[in-house]
Design a protein around this ligand. Structure first.
Ligand code: PGA
Length: 245
């Protein structure tokens, strides 16, 4: 018996409003109890509409991010934070610059760290999450090859936060963001490991459009194994797949 839930919406806009409201309710609930809310956030085209709704909730309905901590899933390596393709820049432009989250409360893997410090950096990244009591909520997209974060096929269920070689398919999918030039897409990224993702108390995976239909079906209905890291979500106690029709 699978423990995950599925929720279908007419379109990604309706779905995004639903998910943004779940996040907002969680923040409000935690803050009401005098607790911080610890979010795991994602980049890519999929979550943009959720961030848009969260910004609206902040501006129009008083949702505050002052007592929120946030950890992003991944960052290309190497990558300068101000670069057009940096996920630091993405998160600032799509969310953080428009809400009241303190700059010291959000964390994104550092694409500028020297190669010999990456292991140490990744261990510290996980420790920071643990010190805050773990992720209350993890937002996920799914790659065409079934990756979550940049945990590419072959990633083990207990894999830690680490430097990952990107799949050719992942780099091809990202090329449009790099002026259509595959050679410009970094070959590596730092990603939160599968283990920490699965330790999140609640996970919501979003998938929009026909291009994600087959991989999503495989992740939800197929065997749980390393050829499709998103299939590991079948083992999680509280995962919701949010899907457009
Ligand atoms: P996308 O990427 O949101 O741009 O489709 C999802 C992913 O690769 O995890």
């Amino acid at each position: 018996m699978n423990r995950y839930q599925l929720k279908f919406f007419a379109d990604s806009q309706e779905a995004s409003v639903f998910v943004a409201h779940e996040i907002a309710n969680l923040i409000r609930q935690k803050n009401k109890n005098g607790e911080y809310c610890v979010l795991g956030l994602a980049t890519g085209s999929t979550p943009k509409s959720i961030y848009k709704e969260l910004i609206r909730l902040h501006k129009e309905e008083g949702l505050s991010f002052k007592k929120v901590y946030s950890f992003n899933l991944d960052e290309y390596y190497p990558m300068e934070p101000n670069s057009l393709n940096s996920y630091v820049r993405f998160m600032k432009e799509q969310l953080f610059n428009h809400v009241d989250i303190p700059a010291e409360n959000y964390f994104i893997p550092d694409g500028t760290i020297s190669a010999d410090k990456i292991k140490e950096f990744c261990a510290a990244y996980e420790q920071k999450i643990e010190a805050l009591g773990g992720l209350d909520f993890q937002l996920l997209g799914i790659g065409g090859n079934g990756h979550i974060g940049f945990n590419e096929p072959g990633s083990l269920i207990n894999s830690g936060t680490r430097l990952m070689m990107l799949d050719h398919a992942t780099r091809v999918a990202a090329a449009s963001e790099f002026g259509g030039q595959l050679s410009k897409v970094p070959k590596k990224a730092i990603t939160l490991g599968v283990e920490k993702i699965l330790q999140a108390k609640r996970i919501v995976l979003l998938a929009w459009g026909e291009r994600k239909a087959l991989v999503l079906k495989a992740a939800i209905e197929g065997p749980v194994d390393e050829t499709l890291p998103a299939s590991y979500l079948q083992t999680h106690a509280d995962t919701l797949f949010v899907i457009d029709n």
